[in-house]
Structure formats: structure tokens, C-alpha cells
Design a protein around this ligand. Structure first.
Ligand SMILES: NC(=O)c1ccc[n+]([C@@H]2O[C@H](COP(=O)([O-])OP(=O)(O)OC[C@H]3O[C@@H](n4cnc5c(N)ncnc54)[C@H](OP(=O)(O)O)[C@@H]3O)[C@@H](O)[C@H]2O)c1
Ligand SMILES: N[C@@H](CCO)C(=O)O
Length: 403
């Protein structure tokens, strides 16, 4: 069947109105039921992907590789979309993973509303997984519905887990009730094992007292190159543009520079450590957006105007240099005191946080078992390939549990 054909089935995508089409659709329905029985008899899992940007493209490449090496269960891409384009087959036949990004760009189909996509996945002839590679709050808000319909979720999107506490509870209640799985390792520390490590600590009965470190690949890259431990460093605004071009920033780099990206990650970790943090704005977060640029209407306008404010960051850097230190953007969760904070701090040049390279994150878990020597996770904290690795690894875990 041609990719993108829609069905008349009320629980699936709908757009056919003519009687002729309706009768054709009855035949299709029969074929679909028969096809469904045959397909369900084989071991397969349906994968739907929303978002094909830096992380999404790298994920699709890893998925193609995984599917080609993994005969069972067969991983079938059945749906893919960006905000304006979609590709899918109404009869759940596979969307070809070879050249899928180009095919999606050339598709004449627009994405159906998310509840319709969830209907489609819930009615698939085998278990399905929705991979959300967007940073969209609208997509995140649909997770409880998807999970309650038995559709598992894998995502690097922080929005669902760092939004309202009510959404957090709705997600995990829906998953517990339906048995569908939800994995989001790459929402903190990109592909680094941060969430899984924290969960393991908590679930095995250790008492986490403090989590601290560098949680942003963008901020790490910016300060490592703008205020290196040796040498002069680049211009702040140039480094911000480089971070965007390297794919480290959020779609809008202001979401990194205003501290909110780190605040979201700390909200997720604090909740996993047992704190009922209400939102990423319910604790102190330092923004690096110059006051004069707070009213910029777009990320592009902000980047164009930023060079005129480089002096502000130069002064921050000079103040640290004056006392023989460097400045870095860090976060901490004091679990015992129920305190979370995000912002700039000064470090000795020999401190492990000062000595980070590239986009590296460093996250220290202080616990009762580990005593005064924390368990430390360190490595690249941003970038398409490493982030997609976390997403693909989560997919493998979910497939193993649902198939
Ligand atoms: N980049 C990293 O290093 C990194 C690391 C860890 C986590 N993450 C997270 O990974 C996610 C993706 O990041 P990215 O760097 O790949 O972003 P990106 O390059 O901006 O790509 C975002 C993709 O999502 C699509 N999209 C946005 N809103 C959508 C919607 N409502 N419905 C359907 N598609 C939508 C966009 O389509 P259009 O282009 O058509 O809008 C685009 O294809 C984000 O949540 C980010 O926080 C990224
Ligand atoms: N923009 C984010 C991506 C990873 O979540 C960062 O720089 O850390």
C-alpha cells in the first residue's frame, strides 16, 4: 500500500469521505484484520518516531542498524513525523528505514493530531513504542494517554518529567496500570548512565544525600572554551554560536543560557531521589541571558544581538581570574535539606569540574554506601550520536520487556 494512505476506521486516521472510498475501505479493513492476525502471529514490535532533528536522525540511523542485526523481535518502523511532515502506512506495513529522512522531507502528508497517532499505535497488531525525539511540551502532555493505551514511551525529551508534578504522577500511574514502559535516560546527561544509576541506588536501598556537578553539555562546552584553565579562551557569543552549530544546544539556545535546561534535569533527578519538586522554577536558577535581551522574540534575534553584551561575561570571567579561579555553571541537589540550586560558581583550576573538556558532564552521587567518595559519572553530555545511543539503549530495554 502507498505510504500515507488513511483509513475510515474510527480509531485510526480518517480523511476518506466518498461512498466509493468507504466500500474500498471495507475491503481494506478485511485485509487489515487478516494481515493483523498474520502479523501478530510473528514476533514483532512497532516503532513510531516523532522528531527527526539532530538526535532524531542519529536515532534513525542506530535503529536501522539495530533492526538489521536483530531478527527477533522484528522492529518495524510504522510512523515518523516532524512538526510539518509525516510518513505512515494505514495497514501497518513497514516504512522503509533506508532513506527515511529524505522520504519524510518529500512527503506530502501532514502529521495527524497526536491522539489519533496514539489510537493508531494502540490498535497495532503487536506492541508498539513511541519514540519522542522532540522537545515539545505538547507531545510530552500526551504520554499519560499513550501509556494508558498500552503504548510504551522512549524519549530524551525533558518536558514530561520536569513539567508539573501532576504530569509526572499521571505518567507513572498510567504506566503502572497498563504495564506499558517509559524510559528517558537521555533526558539527563545525554547517553550517560545518570538516571539508571540513580534508580539503581534508590531501588537497592541506598540513601542518596547529595547530587552535584555539571549537567549541561552546552554550558560545559561554553565555559571550557570561553574560560579554559590554560590560555585566553574565545569570545562568549562566538562560543554560543559554535555550541549551537555542534548540535549541543536546545532548539532555542536561550533555553540553555537561562539555566532552565539544567533546572529541568535537576527536577528530574530530585524527583527520582524522592523529592516532590513542583517545577523547574520552584528553586533558584541563575540566568545568563543579558537583561536587555530578555525581550528578544526569537533565538536568531538573540544570537544576532548577543555580541554587543560579551563584556558582561568577560567581567564574570575576570572576577574569577583575579582570585586564581575559573567560573563554571553547576547545579546541586541537597536531598536531606530539600534544596536545589543552579548557577555560576568559581573553582580552583585543578578541580575536576574546572578541568572538564568539550561538552563533558560530571555528576557526583553522594550516598550512605559510597560515603565521602562519591560515585561519579562523566563523559559527553550533548550531541546527536551520544544522545541517540541513550535512546536506542532504552528502546532495546523496552523491547526486551514487552515482546
Ligand atoms: N541535542 C542534544 O545534544 C540533546 C541531548 C540530550 C537530550 N536532547 C533532547 O533531545 C530532543 C531533541 O533534540 P534535538 O537536538 O534533536 O532537537 P532538534 O534538532 O531541534 O529537532 C527537533 C525535532 O523535533 C521536531 N518537532 C518539534 N516539535 C514537534 C511536534 N510538536 N511534533 C512533531 N515533531 C516536532 C522538529 O521538527 P520541525 O523541524 O519540523 O519543527 C525536529 O525534527 C530534545 O528534547 C532535547 O532536549 C538533546
Ligand atoms: N542542550 C542540552 C542537551 C542535553 O540535554 C545540553 O546542552 O546539555
Amino acid at each position: 500500500m502507498e505510504q500515507g494512505v488513511l483509513s475510515k476506521h474510527p480509531s485510526r486516521f480518517t480523511d476518506a469521505a466518498s461512498p466509493l472510498l468507504a466500500s474500498t475501505l471495507h475491503i481494506r479493513q478485511f485485509g487489515k484484520v487478516l494481515g493483523g492476525i498474520i502479523m501478530a502471529a510473528t514476533n514483532q514490535v512497532f516503532v513510531a518516531v516523532i522528531g527527526a532533528g539532530g538526535v532524531g536522525k542519529a536515532f534513525l540511523s542506530q535503529l536501522r542498524n539495530l533492526a538489521s542485526h536483530k531478527p527477533s523481535p522484528k522492529l518495524k518502523l510504522c510512523y515518523i513525523s516532524t512538526s510539518r511532515k509525516a510518513l505512515y502506512n494505514d495497514d501497518y506495513s513497514e516504512v522503509n528505514m533506508e532513506g527515511v529522512v529524505e522520504a519524510l522531507a518529500n512527503s506530502s502528508k501532514t502529521p495527524p493530531a497526536l491522539p489519533q497517532v496514539i489510537d493508531y499505535l494502540a490498535a497495532a497488531p503487536a506492541k508498539s513504542i513511541l519514540v519522542d525525539n522532540t522537545s515539545s511540551q505538547d507531545v510530552a502532555d500526551q504520554y499519560p494517554l499513550a501509556l494508558s493505551r498500552g503504548v510504551s514511551i522512549v524519549t530524551p525529551n525533558k518536558k514530561a518529567f520536569s513539567g508539573s508534578y501532576q504530569l509526572w504522577q499521571a505518567i507513572f500511574t498510567a504506566a503502572a496500570t497498563s504495564g506499558a514502559k517509559v524510559y528517558h535516560e537521555s533526558s539527563v546527561g545525554a547517553g550517560l548512565p545518570v538516571i539508571s544509576t540513580l534508580k539503581d541506588l534508590v531501588e537497592t536501598g541506598d540513601k542518596v544525600t547529595k547530587i552535584e556537578g555539571v549537567f549541561s553539555g552546552t554550558m560545559s562546552f561554553l565555559f571550557n572554551s570561553f574560560a579554559p584553565t590554560e590560555g585566553a579562551g574565545g569570545k562568549w557569543s562566538d562560543e554560543v554560536k559554535k555550541a549551537k552549530n555542534l548540535g549541543y544546544t536546545e532548539p532555542d539556545p536561550r533555553d540553555d543560557l537561562n539555566g532552565l535546561d539544567v533546572a529541568r534535569k535537576l527536577t528530574i533527578l530530585a524527583r527520582l531521589a524522592g523529592l516532590a519538586v513542583e517545577s523547574p522554577t520552584s528553586f533558584p536558577v541563575q540566568s545568563l541571558i543579558p537583561k536587555e535581551l530578555e525581550s528578544c522574540r526569537s533565538g536568531d534575534e538573540f544570537l544576532d544581538k548577543l555580541p554587543a553584551f560579551d563584556q558582561q561575561m568577560e567581567e564574570t570571567k575576570a572576577a574569577a581570574e583575579k582570585v586564581g579561579k575559573v567560573v563554571r555553571f553547576v547545579g546541586s541537589i541537597d536531598v536531606a535539606a530539600n534544596k536545589v540550586k543552579v548557577g555560576l560558581e568559581m573553582f580552583d583550576r585543578s578541580h575536576p569540574i574546572a578541568a572538564l573538556k568539550g561538552s563533558d558532564n560530571i555528576i557526583s552521587f553522594y550516598t550512605e554506601r559510597y560515603g565521602s567518595n562519591p560515585l561519579i559519572v562523566q563523559g559527553a553530555g550533548a550531541g546527536g550520536d551520544v544522545t541517540a545511543m541513550g535512546v536506542t539503549a532504552d528502546l532495546i530495554k523496552v523491547v526486551a520487556q514487552i515482546s
